[in-house]
Ligand binder design. Structure first.
Ligand code: URA
Ligand code: SF4
Length: 205
């Protein structure tokens, strides 16, 4: 299955406002079919720091806002602990529609396919262009791949600065949902997320 991609659905004016309105009509891949709505990024239009997750989850799909569920709770706590003001952060996702499969009455999150990530990338690129952040950070493997390609890996490349055309400062860290899944290692996983965010904060002017 090939996804047509989002390019033809992007508005000619690429302000955040125009992009946010336009994404609701995107049919660049099939994910719009089973989702409630597209979830665009949120935050100050000129935020110095952009954080990119994977896809909206169940709560985000219903609310229409990114990171309002459990992973968002961890992320906000980690940002505060790293001394990063939430007003300095623009939060978004690599893929804008929730991908899920039913499990009983629950909607179980599914990782998007590479084709879906590629299809959705024009929205992310337009968002990066509109916000123009000083620093951009991928949260987890999907965002890492979408932003930096296959050569960058979270475990290998976290805690250092990456070369990227997207922003002066570019880095990767784990996804906050990995903290939730870490079981006995949860405290360590959380501390490592905070450390990575502190590292980015220090690198910023
Ligand atoms: N996980 C993500 O990657 N993004 C969200 O918006 C919520 C959970
Ligand atoms: Fe368009 Fe992205 Fe939604 Fe696919 S996931 S329909 S490319 S906005």
């Amino acid at each position: 299955m090939t996804d047509p991609g989002a390019e033809e659905f992007l508005p000619s004016r690429r302000s955040l406002k125009a992009l946010r309105a336009g994404v609701q009509d995107c049919r660049g891949c099939d994910l719009y079919r089973d989702a409630t709505q597209a979830v665009f990024g949120e935050g100050p239009a000129k935020a110095p720091l952009m954080l990119v997750g994977e896809t909206p989850g169940d709560k985000e799909d219903l609310a229409g806002e990114p990171f309002v569920g459990p992973a968002g709770g961890i992320l906000r706590k980690a940002l505060a602990e790293a001394g990063i003001e939430v007003d300095d952060v623009y939060l978004t996702n690599a893929v804008k529609h929730f991908k899920w499969r039913p499990q009983g009455k629950r909607r179980l999150h599914q990782t998007p396919r590479v084709g879906e990530m590629n299809a959705c990338r024009p929205w992310l690129e337009a968002e990066v262009e509109a916000v123009g952040p000083e620093a951009i950070v991928a949260l987890g493997a999907t965002a890492t791949r979408s932003l930096f390609g296959t050569k960058v890996r979270v475990t290998k490349d976290r805690g250092r600065l990456l070369e990227s055309d997207l922003a002066a400062i570019a880095a990767v860290t784990i996804h906050p949902s990995a903290v939730l899944r870490a079981g006995d290692d949860r405290a360590d996983a959380y501390a490592s997320l905070v450390d990575d965010l502190k590292f980015v904060a220090r690198a910023m002017s």
